[in-house]
Design a protein around this ligand. Structure first.
Ligand code: ARG
Length: 569
């Protein structure tokens, strides 16, 4: 029956070769074989020590147990005959025709073997979130780069990603900024981004030094909240100037964020009284010393949802944000990307949101905290003058060593290739190298494989346009995988989809980086050991297809990291 066939074929495409194999073994013997990549090529592709484990329980010789297991397996369509090695390891070698088939499919699949999610979700990702009238600092850059990577990975799986740029566009600091502008008779329309940043510093100085000004600034906050037209106009203009600056940064970083994704703190103002009413009605929020508080089990301090002066803060705004993301945006999953130092804030926030019913059990909420960027001295990165470091400082520094798209690749890769929680040292000179575990090295690997394909295309047809799209050409299929280096490369290629799944679930981009780095390494070994353009006949065609598959996966993988994959370097 045709329909049934189509279904089982789809299911097979859903998971990678190794996981299919593991599942087949598990269903035959009833336990997870815990397949590991083989440590040496002569041990095949995967090894299992399941016989050793079972032998202990059954008090039988492990090699006998292994023989029994092998007899039960029905995996001829995927593997060569399993071998039993040493004390009782089971060595598995995928059939080369199977590897060739899976790797060949990548050549023409624009998604390079990334399976579409069985249940597509609506995923809100809260990232970037700089503050109006302040420099976007290194921390916001990390958030922007990491969140953008999550956006790309989850979108590639067919989820609906809804970015939310929770910019800091509200709060008492606006009273100070606006009052200063009014009193100094400044024309807000004359400001640019650096003017606004300067304004912040100047008005803050006056605010700290002059208590009467501070009073007037507070009264200005009340005017802002009360909707005074002139005050609102100045506030709006300050936001527009900052947004223009943020957008320039996003363009320079080439990230996906747009104005449509901006949902600043101020956009929750009208929801705040309702949120508080609901908390009070549920008996969750109680008065404590004039403030309205929610006490949470296991936490020393309560969450303050309304301050003594009647104002709302960061916490209350985030409650309103969750409520809207679930209620209006219909999120199935919410991901926050901020500095790891905010992890306690989110822990309490999620607890309160669950208690209040804003965050139902079937909606997942996760905070992904990242570490600091350190200077060469191992201390938080600062400019020479001791100020916070901006994007332009970082890129300018990296661009003293490399071209802009390479400098950007260097920064993004450095940001994503370590465990996110870890601090990392910003070493521009190392990061831009085209050797070692760097973004430019992967770009270079992509350019190198493109170069071979371009040469092959030119040999086949001397009139071919050197700029022609290599993706659009017919590279045929992989049919010969006799060399270990070819097999190793095809095996790694076949694992791409599985790696992307892990990254999407655990939100661990460094695993994708490690994978791509290994892939580039396997390609180098292949390139040294297996001539491509100098070989002939079927071997040549097959190796070219293998190159095309490598290019596809490297290109798609870099794209998921937000890194440009050039054809030439
Ligand atoms: N603007 C905040 C900051 O600069 C980050 C906001 C993160 N998102 C949120 N929903 N709290 O630290």
């Amino acid at each position: 029956d045709c329909d049934e066939l189509a279904l089982s074929w789809d299911n097979a495409a859903m998971s990678s070769l190794p996981s299919q194999l593991a599942a087949r073994i598990e269903s035959a013997i009833g336990v997870d074989p815990q397949l590991r990549p083989a440590t040496k090529p002569q041990f095949g592709h995967f090894q299992s020590n399941v016989a050793l484990r079972l032998a202990k329980e059954e008090k039988r010789p492990p090699r006998d147990v292994a023989a029994d297991i092998v007899a039960k397996l029905d995996i001829e369509d995927l593997c060569e005959t399993p071998e039993i090695a040493g004390p009782g390891f089971i060595n598995l070698r995928l059939r080369t025709d199977v590897l060739a088939r899976v790797a060949s499919d990548l050549v023409t699949d624009p998604n390079a073997g990334i399976a579409q999610a069985e249940k597509p979700e609506r995923v809100v990702i809260d990232y970037s979130a700089p503050n109006v009238a302040k420099q976007m600092h290194v921390g916001h850059l990390r958030s922007t780069i990491i969140g953008d990577c999550f956006n790309r990975v989850l979108s590639a799986q067919g989820h609906t990603v809804i970015p939310q740029n929770h910019i800091g566009d509200w709060g008492t600091q606006f009273g100070m900024l606006i009052e200063y502008i009014v009193e100094k008779r400044m024309d807000v329309d004359d400001f640019d981004l650096s003017g606004v940043e300067q304004l912040y510093q100047d008005s803050k100085k006056t605010f700290d030094a002059d208590p009467q000004f501070a009073d007037r600034a507070r009264r200005r906050v009340v005017k802002l909240q009360g909707g005074d037209a002139e005050t609102l106009r100045i506030w709006r203009t300050l936001i527009d100037i900052s947004l223009e600056g943020f957008n320039a940064t996003y363009a320079r970083l080439s990230v996906l964020l747009t104005d449509e994704d901006v949902a600043g703190e101020s956009s929750y103002n009208d929801d705040l009284p309702r949120v508080v009413d609901e908390l009070v009605a549920d008996g969750l929020a109680v008065e404590d010393n004039g403030a309205l508080c929610v006490f949470v089990e296991g936490q020393d301090a309560p969450m303050i949802v309304r301050k003594r002066d009647g104002g709302f803060g960061y916490d209350a705004t985030d409650l309103a944000a969750i409520r809207r993301r679930v209620g209006k945006l219909k999120a199935d999953r919410i991901i926050y990307v901020t500095d790891v130092r905010q992890s306690h804030h989110f822990e309490v926030l999620f607890q309160v949101a669950r208690m209040a019913g804003f965050l139902p059990d079937d909606v997942e909420a996760e905070h992904v905290g990242y570490g600091m960027v350190l200077g060469p001295d191992g201390r938080p990165f600062k400019t020479r003058e001791g100020g916070t470091v901006s994007l332009s400082d970082l890129l300018d520094e990296a661009e003293t060593h490399a071209a802009p798209n390479i400098a950007l690749a260097a920064i993004k890769y450095a940001d994503l290739s370590n465990g996110l929680q870890k601090d990392y040292v910003f070493d521009a000179e190392r990061m831009v190298q085209t050797t070692g575990d760097t973004g430019p090295y992967l770009q270079y690997a992509h350019a190198r494989v493109s170069q071979i394909l371009r040469k092959a295309a030119a040999e086949a047809n001397p009139n071919v346009d050197p700029e022609a799209d290599l993706d659009a050409m017919d590279w045929g299929r992989i049919s010969v995988l006799d060399e270990p280096a070819e097999q190793q490369l095809a095996l790694l290629l076949s694992r791409f989809g599985e790696i992307v799944e892990v990254v999407a679930t655990d939100l661990t981009p460094h695993k994708l980086c490690t994978y791509l780095y290994e892939l580039a390494g396997a390609y180098s070994v292949f390139y040294e050991q297996c001539p491509v353009l100098r070989s002939t006949g079927e071997v040549r065609g097959s190796r070219l297809a293998l190159c095309a598959a490598t290019r596809r996966v490297l290109g798609r993988g870099l794209d998921l990291l937000g890194i440009d994959a050039p054809d030439r370097m």
